[in-house]
Design a binder for this molecule. Structure first.
Ligand SMILES: O=C(O)CCC(=O)C(=O)O
Length: 212
């Protein structure tokens, strides 16, 4: 399924293949169907098989919980990464990830050196509100996010809450490129959605400037 931009008012705009998401203080382009949905679904299945998944844990209020999704971190040898106290050393690029990286680097005109791979096993898996603004990514990073498999809602809100949140439905094969002040002024989540039973793999390509 291809992506649609949904506003918080419930309006629906079906855009062209490449669509600028016009929200204040953000620079976002949605490339719908950069892969056909059939290829996106095939890639999703392949990455589920091939990826070296890890179940990370986070500590909150003195308790330890499983992160509600599986993760993997791939990159050039010097690209270690840390978030929420979780340290990740890069696995070596697989041929599949290397091919995706080449295509996405061209699309975003940015040479990515790493990727965080998220596996949402079904609609119970999610990612909570955050911005990709870790120090290691430098100021105003470029992030290219590839969605494969089940369509999921990607919700964005201003950190200062000056705008109503917006929802973007990301379909299989869609690529969302965020740059400029997007991570500084906005945050995003993929909320839980109980009616989704199909898996989704998401890849967020990044440029690590200084390893943590
Ligand atoms: O799954 C997504 O679309 C978003 C993933 C995400 O926010 C992240 O990896 O930081």
């Amino acid at each position: 399924m291809s992506g649609h931009l949904l506003t918080s008012q419930g309006g629906l705009f079906e855009g062209p293949a490449t669509q600028r998401i016009d929200i204040p203080g953000a620079d976002i382009v949605l490339h719908q169907q950069a892969w056909s949905s059939k290829s996106g679904d095939q890639l999703c299945r392949r990455l589920i098989q091939e990826t070296d998944w890890r179940q990370d844990k986070i500590s909150m209020f003195g308790q330890t919980h499983d992160v509600p999704r599986l993760n993997a971190w791939y990159g050039d040898p010097d690209c270690s990464y840390a978030w929420s106290g979780i340290q990740m050393k890069p696995s070596t690029w697989t041929p599949s990830l290397q091919r995706i990286r080449e295509r996405v680097s061209k699309l975003a005109a940015t040479q990515f050196n790493s990727v965080l791979v998220n596996f949402y096993r079904d609609g119970n898996d999610k990612v909570d509100w955050h911005a990709d603004d870790e120090k290691a990514l430098g100021v105003d990073p470029v992030i290219a996010s590839v969605s494969l498999g089940a369509s999921r809602k990607f919700r964005m809100r201003r950190k200062d809450r000056s705008q109503a949140p917006i929802d973007i439905i990301l379909g299989s094969g869609d690529v969302l490129v965020m740059r400029g002040s997007t991570q500084r002024l906005w945050e995003h989540e993929v909320p839980r959605s109980k009616r989704i039973s199909q898996p989704r793999v998401n890849l967020t390509f990044r440029v690590i400037e200084s390893s943590s």
